[in-house]
Design a protein. Sequence first.
Length: 106
Amino acid sequence: MAQTLTLNTLAADNRFFAGSGGISQENRQFGFTPGFLDRETGAIYHSRWASGAPAPFHALDGLPDHLVIARSATGQVVAIKTSVVAGFLRRGCFYTREQAAGCCCD
């Protein structure tokens, strides 16, 4: 079963992929930018702040409302649909963390 994407799952993924090239700080120099894929629709989204400005790492607040399933009392996005996966964009293509890590190690 797919896991709901939250700030906690993003942090856990960052810990798991640290040192592999599967996090933003380690693959930026290879042309990767943080993004998301909705596996249900195939739509990809750049990671953005709530203002719409590009975010340098995976930020949930800039995702479209139709992907959001929960917000905090202050309006911060805290959970995204289970069909959404965090990964990276490069040259218009989506890469999972595993795929990005593989590109950085080649």
